[in-house]
Ligand binder design. Structure first.
Ligand SMILES: [Zn+2]
Length: 221
């Protein structure tokens, strides 16, 4: 299966052949509809007008469950559409989380990430961290804003194509393995807010939201 969401993460419509239909489950030759992995939620979308209610990675393939069994069959040409405002929000929050995480790793060598999740309106990263993580926010945000203002190009490509392993990199900043969908440039993220959530037991959660207006980042420690 050709994962077009990797080669062109900005593509919102794709015509491709159906590989198989089993009840409501569909497999395609090529797809733009991302299936949840690495903490990034699945896209919303449709195949020939039938809403996709679930997307699941199955080895090298992705199985899409439709709201009902479709009339098309293996070999047919179908059109996949994705909910672009949702995908773009996921991509911006995903990359915001990538940068915030790298900045924490640089500022606190040995820091342990214990979880992360990217939803449409909010991303979160959980760390093992003693005490409140909120006092670190001004420095992290200043570095974040500098990287966004630099509008640095982001490269995303395969490290091992047959094993479907990918990475992103920003020259002079970081190279990180990740199978998510990534922006072309850091400037697309804009400003963010960071919010602390104490989840107990020496664990600190950093919540990331996008700031729609042009301006400076705001602190909500
Ligand atoms: Zn990523």
């Amino acid at each position: 299966m050709d994962r077009v969401f990797w080669t062109d993460p900005y593509q919102t419509r794709l015509d491709s052949r159906v590989v198989s239909v089993t009840g409501s489950e569909v497999m395609l030759e090529a797809t733009i509809l991302f299936a949840e992995s690495g903490g990034q939620e699945s896209d919303r979308g449709s195949i020939d007008g039938f809403p996709v209610i679930h997307a699941e990675i199955l080895g090298p393939d992705i199985v899409y469950t439709l709201a009902e069994p479709p009339p098309f069959a293996a070999g047919d040409l179908v059109t996949t559409l994705i909910d672009w405002p949702r995908r773009y929000a996921l991509m911006r929050l995903h990359f915001a989380a990538e940068i915030v995480l790298e900045l924490y790793y640089k500022a606190f060598p040995g820091l342990e990430k214990i979880g992360a999740h990217i939803a449409e309106t909010k991303a979160r990263i959980d760390f093992l961290f003693e005490g409140s993580i909120a006092p670190t926010f001004p420095d992290i945000l200043a570095r974040f804003d500098a990287l966004v203002d630099a509008d640095a190009p982001i490269t995303s490509t395969f490290s091992d194509e047959s094993a479907l392993r990918r990475f992103w990199s920003i020259e002079g900043f970081a190279q990180v393995p990740c199978g998510g969908t990534h922006l072309r440039r850091t400037g697309e993220i804009g400003r963010i807010r960071l919010k602390r959530k104490n989840i107990g037991g020496g664990k600190e959660r950093v919540e990331i939201t996008l700031v729609p207006e042009i301006g400076t980042s705001t602190l909500f420690p």
